[in-house]
Design a protein around this ligand. Structure first.
Ligand code: MGP
Length: 187
């Protein structure tokens, strides 16, 4: 479903975005767990969507939300992601109640508010993963080898979040995640 910015009363975002929902069912191929929920392109649509859905901290463990630029699927194999990686924040179990929702909201505001200029083109989207052993938030970028962009994005991201004690942040190239998952490379 797509909602368009409705004329002058809405404030258009620089990009069009898609909210995805994922429920990890190990019994089927991973990509079948991905569901696009809605596209949005205005500040007003963003807030009505955000206020309408469950906060991440209320999701069942094993579920993810992802917000990606429209046209980019939140998977390693998408052409926009294939050479990319992610800034990954790993939270402690206690942080689900203390920090998860505020860190995810701040991540989304940074994303849709295009706070990563001049490297906004490198940003693909973000994912929040709710897991029993500790939740994660990841900001996906399109080129893991573009070190200046990766480092600047990470620096702005960390400063903006004001990461609470106990959180870990690191950059991981998707090729390494593919290797870790034991899946064959697509090339
Ligand atoms: P996950 O959901 O990122 O981590 O990936 P989780 O559930 O914490 O488990 P762990 O493996 O990190 O311990 C879970 C699994 O989903 C991966 O191991 C892959 O098998 C698969 N998977 C995840 N992603 C993001 C992708 C993807 O982009 N492409 C494909 N093909 N599989 C993926």
């Amino acid at each position: 479903m797509t909602h368009e910015a409705r004329g002058r009363e809405e404030h258009a975002l620089q990009n069009r975005w898609t909210l995805w929902f994922m429920k990890n069912e190990r019994s089927r191929p991973w990509h079948l767990n991905l569901r696009p929920v809605i596209n949005f392109n205005s500040v007003e649509m963003f807030w009505s969507l955000y206020n309408h859905i469950q906060p991440a901290s209320r999701l069942v463990a094993g579920c993810d939300y992802a917000v990606f630029k429209e046209g980019v699927t939140p998977m390693w194999e998408d052409p926009a992601n294939v050479a990319g990686g992610r800034w990954l924040i790993s939270l402690t179990k206690q942080q689900r109640h203390l920090d998860l929702d505020s860190l995810w909201l701040e991540t989304l505001l940074m994303l849709v508010g295009e706070a990563l200029t001049p490297y906004g083109e490198e940003v693909c989207g973000a994912v929040v993963s709710v897991r029993h052993r500790g939740d994660r938030i990841a900001l996906w970028t399109s080129n893991a080898d573009s070190s200046e962009a990766v480092i600047t994005i990470g620096r702005v991201y960390k400063r903006r979040l004001g990461l609470p004690a106990g959180s870990l942040i690191a950059y991981q190239a998707h090729v390494d995640s593919v290797a870790k998952s034991g899946q064959p490379r697509g090339d």
